[in-house]
Structures are given as C-alpha cells and as structure tokens.
Design a protein around this ligand. Structure first.
Ligand code: DOR
Ligand code: ZN
Length: 345
C-alpha cells in the first residue's frame, strides 16, 4: 500500500472558537498539526495582549493529555491599534496581527475601516518582525462578491506594499489567479495560505443542483480556472511562497442550514488528507511536505517540527457530523463522503 511520511505539518490559519466548540474541535487539529496560527475573531474579538494570553491558556487547558500542540497567537487589528500595542504584543510572544476589513466576514464588525490610517502600526509590525495576516476582500457595495479579492489587490494590497515595502504579509486563504499572481510577483516578504476547499472545489460545488450551504465560505469559492491557478501556484517554481492554512471554521449545523447561513467550512478532522488528495490530483505529492510542513514555518521564522506523520493511501469515510456540546453538531467538509488518504494513528 502506498504510504507517505512527512514532517509534522502546521496549520497557519485556524479558527478554534471558545468554550464547547473549542473543546470539540481542538483535538482534531492537535492530532495532525504541530502548531497552528489561531484566528482572533471571537465574540468579542481578541484585541489586547491580555485577551490573547488568556485565550491561549483556555486552549492549552483543553488540549488532549500529552499533546505537544502549540497555539501561535494573533491579535485582531482594529482602528484603535497603536505602535505601542505592537511592541507589547511582540514582547508577549504574539506572532501576528490579523486584518479583517470591517464587514468582510464572520465576526468582522470591529474590523478596520481605513487601513491607510494605520500606516504607523504597519511600520511597527514590520519593525518588530511580526507577520501581517490579511483577509483580502473589499466590502465596497459596488464590488461583486466574486470580485472582492481582485479589487482588494488593487485598492489595498498594492498601495500598502508600496508604502510599507518590508512588511511581511500573509495573503490569507487566496482564491483567485489574481491573488496567486500578486504573491508570485511580490518579494519574498509576501506569502499566502491556501485552504483545502479552494484547492478541491469550485463555485459549481456551491451552486449547481441546489445551494450547498456547507460549501459556503469566505472568500467564496471561485470558478474552475482560479482553482487551477491555485494548484499551479502551490506546486510551481515559486511554491515556497504558499503554505497550508485550512481556515477550518466551525459553525453549528443550524447556523449553516439557515435562510442566512454562516460562512465557514470545518475541515480540521481530515485536513492533511484533503490536501494530499489535491496534490495527488496534479501529480505533485512530492510537493506536499514543503507546503504543509516547511514553507509556513520558514515564513514565520520558526524551526520545522521534529516529529513526522504518515499518510496511507486508504480511503476513509468522513462522518456526517460531529457533536459540539449542548446538543449542537458540526457538519464537516466531505460529510458522508470518502477521502482517499488516511493519516495513521
Ligand atoms: O468562511 C470563513 N469563515 N471565512 C472567514 O474569513 C471567517 C471564517 C469564520 O470565522 O467562520
Ligand atoms: Zn479564517
């Protein structure tokens, strides 16, 4: 049977939530990943150093016995951020600030209204060698939802990089050929995460044959040519600029199957196996380890994990749902279907 042993991966973009949901989803990631960059869009968001350190303790408190998983903490950038906050965050071991343009996605109401007013903060993020994580979508009402990412590149990303050229930016969960090109053409201070859903699905999977609410995430799935551009980016000559970030984002089933359904897909239970499928599709399984386990660590200035994991080419059936406490449940990506690979226990 075909097996693949790789350095233990890291998830450089993860939503863990809090309370019952945190307790329910954390073991899935802790089983596969050495570390994860933890998104700060809680309700209320993680905006201060004290918030982040308290959240980190809540995560560590519910880790499975004996787990060596390490959460890498981030702060939610608001209009009120200051250079002093950046210095405080760096001193406390926080790795990054996350930009959510106001109104762009789940819990982004406290997001930034005008990034150009925060240039002193961005300069300090660069000076402190922290990372700047970007949800790259504009929210202007004149922009079609499928064009939000491409418009962000022209209206925000390029002007910001021109003003703060040494900023280390992660263009998070990229979905378009335009975003891949921006990263490819930028210096090595610009990188991107890519989710399993944007490598495996296109907008037909969201809308053909009925609305598929469990395939609704933000940025929204795009047309097939964009999926192909992402596959090319993660396996091409400059693949070192792209790395694993699942954006696994748990929402209870009732909130997804709703007249106004929430954005987010829960992929953590079979994350590395889904990525293996995507890389296998394009004959690039030999590139999976760099994407999953090396490029992200290097970009964040972290050592690679020393453990390994082994994937076996053996299909597994994904459960229809997982319990998330107080009677709720969570429908994962590929629910009730098969994933071609299985990570060994
Ligand atoms: O689909 C998404 N879900 N995109 C995001 O940017 C946020 C995430 C969430 O927190 O649920
Ligand atoms: Zn996210």
């Amino acid at each position: 049977m075909q097996t693949l042993t790789i350095t233990q991966p890291d998830d450089m973009h993860l939503h863990l939530r809090d309370g019952d949901a945190l307790r329910a989803v954390l073991p899935f990631t802790a089983r596969q990943m050495g570390r994860a960059v933890i998104m700060p869009n809680l309700k209320p968001p993680v905006v201060s150093v004290a918030d982040a350190l308290a959240y980190k303790q809540r995560i560590i408190a519910v880790l499975p016995e004996g787990s060596t998983f390490e959460p890498l903490m981030t702060l939610y950038l608001t209009d009120k951020a200051t250079p002093e906050l950046v210095r405080e965050a760096k001193a406390a071991g926080i790795v990054a600030f996350k930009l959510y343009p106001a109104g762009a996605t789940t819990n982004s109401d406290s997001g930034v209204t005008d990034l150009f007013k925060l240039l002193p903060v961005l300069h300090e993020i660069a000076a402190q060698d922290m990372r700047f994580l970007v949800h790259g979508e504009v929210t202007d009402s004149d922009i079609d939802i499928f064009d939000r990412e491409a418009a962000f590149i022209e209206r925000v990303m390029k002007p910001v990089l021109a003003q703060v050229p040494n900023l280390k930016v992660v263009f998070e969960h990229i979905t378009t050929a335009e975003a891949a090109r921006l990263v490819l053409e930028a210096g090595d201070n610009v990188a991107a995460t890519v989710t399993p859903q944007h490598l495996l699905l296109n907008r037909n999977d969201l809308l053909v044959g009925g609305v598929h609410p469990h395939h609704y995430c933000l940025p929204v799935l795009k047309r097939e040519s964009h999926r192909q551009a992402l596959l090319e980016a993660v396996s091409g000559a400059q693949a070192h600029k792209f790395f694993l970030g699942t954006d696994s984002a748990p929402h209870p089933q009732h909130a997804k199957e709703n007249a106004c359904g929430c954005a987010g897909m829960f992929s953590a239970a079979t994350a590395i196996e889904l990525y293996a499928e995507a890389f296998e599709q394009i004959g690039a399984l030999d590139k999976l380890e760099a994407f999953a386990s090396k490029n992200g660590a290097r970009f964040y200035g972290l050592p690679e994990n020393t453990d390994t994991i082994t994937l076996v080419k053996q299909a597994q059936t994904v459960p229809n749902s997982f319990p998330i406490g107080s009677g709720g449940n969570l429908v994962p990506m590929r629910a009730g279907g098969c994933v071609a690979w299985t990570m060994q226990a």
